[in-house]
Write a protein that binds this ligand. Structure first.
Ligand code: ZN
Length: 55
């Protein structure tokens, strides 16, 4: 199973804070590591079963 708490509204990436990309040009300083969007949010911890993580 996978734990995540950060979510990207643009590309639906889910992950943890350590995976976020740094971008000092933005107000927050952190962006989505996949699409560089600032539309990311700490959603609180979620547990995801492995079978649901497959595309
Ligand atoms: Zn994204």
């Amino acid at each position: 199973m996978t734990w995540w708490n950060w979510y990207c509204y643009d590309c639906k990436w889910r992950g943890v804070a350590q995976e976020l990309a740094e971008d000092f040009d933005t107000e927050e300083g952190w962006v989505c590591p996949k699409c560089n969007s600032i539309k990311i949010e700490d959603m609180g911890w979620h547990k995801e079963e492995d079978e649901n993580t497959r595309d």
